[in-house]
Every structure is written in structure tokens, then in C-alpha cells.
Design a protein around this ligand. Structure first.
Ligand code: G3P
Length: 215
């Protein structure tokens, strides 16, 4: 499973990219707004690090607006995936952009039927938002399981990008279900590596090493 960061923070992205465990980045208008810098500058800076997949979202709501923004965004860098919302206009724009060779990440997906439509119009990624479903007492991971089954039934090529991740168990369960990608906040990615027994074990090894006679 590929691991993406769900952030627009260049500092966070650079840390994980240099650490060697990052496969991509997803952004959205809310995350970009936190950076206090122009949208395109933020996206270009992320791409310049060499990250192979960078999702940048359109903010237009009509087909024509999404097409214009999508075509512009994809021209910024070869790593760009254009994020379009799961609306009738978003589906239409995705179909056209995909036919032109643009890789589209269909976002704001909350049902398996929406994911079926995203695959049918040729989206490269589908982004089910599991944390926001959990927040309203629906099981987001059940949605991922349904999408995995549907995509396997019909051999759709669209990759399942699990989004709105809140904690490491979301990542673990997404991996067990066979999701292609999981995008997560920096704090969650950091926790994937941590275990108290690892820290205790390392401290003990280093302490015992002091007892080894120095030749
Ligand atoms: O970027 C899309 C998604 O991951 C947003 O997550 O935490 O705002 O529900 P969140």
C-alpha cells in the first residue's frame, strides 16, 4: 500500500520525503489555506521535492470551470493529479479530463455507488473519506471494503485512496482490506513507526553494549 501525506506543509512533506517512506501528497483547499501562501506556489514547491504524486483540487463547480482549472493544473508539473469533487459536474469533467490523459482524483466520496461512478468515468484515484463517516456514526472502513469488492468484481483500474484518516488503526485496516493508497496527517504517519517496546529494546541493547569489552 502506498503511503501519502494529507497536508500542504512543505516542512512536513520534506521530513517524510527525506525519511524515505513517502509515496505521494494530497492537498485540499482547507489544507492549502493553512499555509498562508498562494496555491500554485505551494503545489509547485511540493512537486519540486520530487514527490511522484501530488493531488491539487479544483475549486470551480461547473464543468467548464473544472476543465479550465484541471487543464491548467496538470500543466504545472508531471506529478499533478487533479482533484475533482463527486458531483454530476465533477463526473463529467473527470470523464473529459481522463480522456485527455489527465489523472483525476475524485474526492468527497462517501458511498460505494459514488465510487462505482468514479471508476466508470475513468478516475485514476477514488477518495473515500472514512474519518468523516466515522464522525457521524457510519463505519468508514466498511465503505472501503465495499469499494474493494466492487472494483475487484469488475477489474476497475481506479486506485482506492483512503482519505480522512484519523489514527494508525485506520491505516492498518485499510492495508488489510487491500486499499491501494492511504493518505494521512503527519502525526498519524509519525506514529506508524513508533512502539514503546522498540524504544525500551534499543535502550537495553545500547546499555548492554557498554558491557562488551573493548578490543
Ligand atoms: O484531503 C481529504 C481528506 O483526507 C480530509 O480529511 O480530516 O478533513 O476529514 P479530514
Amino acid at each position: 500500500m502506498k503511503l501519502f501525506l494529507d497536508t500542504a506543509s512543505l516542512t512536513e512533506i520534506r521530513t517524510m520525503w527525506d525519511g524515505g517512506i513517502l509515496d505521494g501528497v494530497t492537498t485540499n483547499p482547507s489544507l492549502v489555506a493553512k499555509e498562508g501562501r498562494p496555491f500554485e506556489t505551494v503545489i509547485q514547491d511540493i512537486c519540486a521535492l520530487g514527490v511522484p504524486s501530488v493531488s491539487a483540487e479544483v475549486v470551480g463547480t461547473t464543468v467548464d470551470e473544472m476543465l479550465a482549472e484541471g487543464r491548467h493544473l496538470r500543466g504545472l508539473h508531471k506529478s499533478i493529479y487533479v482533484k475533482c469533487p463527486m458531483t454530476p459536474a465533477g463526473l463529467q469533467a473527470t470523464k473529459i479530463l481522463a480522456s485527455e490523459g489527465t489523472r483525476v482524483n475524485m474526492t468527497l466520496v462517501f458511498s460505494a455507488n459514488q465510487a462505482l461512478l468514479a471508476a466508470k468515468v475513468g478516475a485514476a484515484y477514488v477518495s473515500p473519506f472514512i474519518g468523516r463517516l466515522d464522525d457521524q456514526s457510519q463505519n468508514g472502513l466498511e465503505l472501503v471494503a465495499d469499494i474493494v469488492q466492487i472494483y475487484r468484481n469488475y477489474k476497475f483500474k481506479t486506485e482506492i485512496l483512503v482519505a480522512s484518516v484519523r489514527h494508525p488503526v485506520h491505516v492498518l485496516e485499510a492495508a488489510k482490506l487491500g486499499a491501494d493508497i492511504c493518505t494521512m496527517p503527519y502525526a498519524v504517519m509519525e506514529k506508524l513507526c513508533q512502539h514503546p517496546l522498540t524504544d525500551i529494546g534499543l535502550a537495553r541493547f545500547l546499555k548492554d553494549w557498554q558491557k562488551v569489552p573493548k578490543g
